[in-house]
Structure formats: C-alpha cells, structure tokens
Design a protein around this ligand. Structure first.
Ligand SMILES: Cc1cc2nc3c(=O)[nH]c(=O)nc-3n(C[C@H](O)[C@H](O)[C@H](O)COP(=O)(O)OP(=O)(O)OC[C@H]3O[C@@H](n4cnc5c(N)ncnc54)[C@H](O)[C@@H]3O)c2cc1C
Length: 282
C-alpha cells in the first residue's frame, strides 16, 4: 500500500516502474550508460544519460565491475564485520489491552544465543488498523541485530522465537497461548528478498571514527551516475535513505543534470549512444 502513491507519482510524470528486472550489469558507453537486466529467461537493456543507484554501495560496485571505482571506494566500502543484518519475527497475538506506545525497545537480561543481540525492537499495529488483523488481535514486528552477517549463521530460529515470546509474556504484552501466528527471517531471507550483499540491512553504521564528509557521496562516478540509499550519506534507516535521495537530487541540479525532459524532436538517449564508439573510460 505504501508504495502505490510513489508509483502513481512517477507514472503521472511520464515515468515507468518496472518490476522483476534486476540490474545485473552497468557499462559506461560514451557519455551514458548501458544497463542490463536479467530475470529468469528475459534479458533487457536500457540506455541512460544519467542513472541513480538506490542499492547499497557494495552491490552497486559489483554492477559496474570497474577497477577504477573499486580503488575510489576501497577505504569507504564496508565489509561484513562492520555491518549488521536482522533477525525478524512477524507475530499475531490476541489483544488483551490497548498499548499507549506502539514502538518499543526491550532490553534482554542475557544476550540472545547465536546472534548476541542484547535487545530487540517491537512495533505493534495501530488499534484502529483492521486491514491486517481483527480488532481482537495485534500484528507485531520484532527485529534484533545480527552482527557480521556473513559469519553469523542462524541455525535455530525457533530458539530465538521462544526467547522473544517469553520476554513479551514477562513484559505483559500477551499471555501464554495468545501467540496465534509467527514467521521468522534472517540474513539469508534478506539477501534473497532485497538482493543486498550478505543480507545486511539498516545501511552503513555511523561509526565515531568516520567523519560525515568521509561517508559515501551521492556523486558516484563523478560523471552521470549517482547513488543514494542507506549506505550513502547520511545513511542508516528510512530517514537517512530518504535524505540521501534528496541530496542526490540537489547534487544533480547543481551539476545541471536534473532536467530529464527531452526537447521535442531530440533523439532518444539510446539513439545517441548507439552512434558513439563503445569505448569505456572506466
Ligand atoms: C527488520 C528490519 C527492521 C528495520 N527497522 C527500521 C526502523 O525501525 N527504522 C528505520 O529507519 N529503518 C529500519 N530498517 C532499515 C531500513 O529498512 C533500511 O535502512 C531502508 O529500507 C533502506 O532503504 P534503501 O532504499 O536504501 O534500500 P532497500 O530498502 O534495500 O531498497 C533497495 C531496493 O532495490 C532493489 N534492488 C536490489 N538489487 C537490485 C538490482 N540489482 N536491480 C534492481 N533493483 C534492485 C531491492 O529489491 C529493493 O527494493 C529496518 C530494516 C530491517 C530489515
């Protein structure tokens, strides 16, 4: 539901949202880019004068496969030990009361086994939200950090779920036997669903030793490619990802590249690029 107004906004302005078209390669051609997508047996190519990558820096670099860009980002690229994934549980439980606060962080008496998280986050559905469950039920989303996702396998999700259930019972959110439904996901699920390397989520943490101006900038290659999302300044979370997108737009404007309208009769980008020699400067 959340995405529909955004799709509508894009389509109202002549844009198109193409689903199930994961980009597998980006190649610099002349002053533009050739973008190759591959889904099941379907391969499609697009040509663009500028592009904005809204996926993590790690994934974006893999798409460009450029040693020059690898060198540029060598120091800023974060690896699994610096990153986090999430153990997530979607729950439905019987409503016994109305909660004054919908979002909680619960501190645990001992770190969670397997992942070492010392707390978890809990978000509850609004009492008037009967779209997702009955008025007599509550939908809850629980998440806990998984450090170093490439090297922290979760082999027993049920064990984590039981500890979280017990904790919620002890804190008075519901009583034993009230849990009606539960599903869980870990780094492997996030990697599958979002394509993010190692299934890391939440973005690049704001470490104390990294100054804001040392973080990844919106101008990805210094030419027509830009980057935004939770690995780009200011990073981390929904708010950071949105701000990074706004910054990318501002920088495109400053670079004189924000006007994407084509003059009447002007050639389509792909026509221009096809005429150019296929030389890659990267
Ligand atoms: C369990 C959990 C709880 C969280 N809780 C919070 C919270 O409470 N508050 C908060 O602020 N943040 C929270 N976050 C983090 C927040 O969800 C992310 O930081 C944010 O969604 C990142 O947005 P993004 O647009 O940068 O990246 P993504 O959300 O990863 O979006 C990237 C999109 O690109 C698509 N994609 C990937 N690869 C390709 C490709 N090759 N070609 C085409 N498309 C591709 C993906 O399918 C995806 O739709 C949470 C995350 C998780 C997993």
């Amino acid at each position: 539901e959340l995405i529909k107004p955004m799709v509508h906004y894009i389509e109202q302005r002549g844009g198109r949202v193409l689903l199930r078209m994961p980009v597998e390669k980006v190649r610099r051609i002349g002053q533009g880019y050739e973008i190759s997508t591959h889904y099941r047996k379907q391969r499609t190519q697009f040509y663009a004068q500028r592009l904005v990558s809204a996926i993590p820096l790690n994934n974006t670099l893999a798409l460009f496969d450029s040693s020059k860009l690898e060198r540029t980002y060598r120091k800023r690229l974060m690896h699994s030990p610096q990153l986090y994934s999430a153990f997530q549980a979607g729950l439905v439980f019987r409503r016994r009361k109305h909660f004054g606060c919908l979002h909680h962080q619960l501190l645990l008496p001992a770190p969670l086994p397997q992942i070492g998280a010392r707390s978890f986050f809990l978000s509850l559905s609004h009492p008037h939200d009967t779209l997702r469950c009955k008025a007599s039920e509550v939908v809850a989303s629980v998440s806990a950090h998984i450090p170093d996702p490439a090297h922290t396998p979760v082999s027993d999700k049920e064990q984590l779920l039981r500890i979280i259930e017990q904790s919620l019972i002890e804190k008075g959110f519901f009583e034993r036997g009230d849990l009606l439904y539960a599903h869980t996901s870990t780094a492997r699920s996030w990697e599958k669903w979002t394509g993010r390397q190692w299934g890391f989520v939440g973005g690049y943490p704001q470490y104390r030793h990294i100054k804001p101006w040392q973080m990844v900038d919106a101008r990805f290659d210094g030419a027509g490619a830009y980057i935004c999302g939770d690995t780009t300044y200011p990073g981390q979370g929904i708010a950071g990802a949105c701000l990074s997108g706004m910054i990318a737009v501002q920088k495109m404007k400053l670079d004189g590249m924000a006007d994407v309208r084509r003059a009447k009769g002007a050639k389509k980008p792909e026509e221009i690029f096809r005429q150019k020699a296929e030389k890659s400067y990267l």
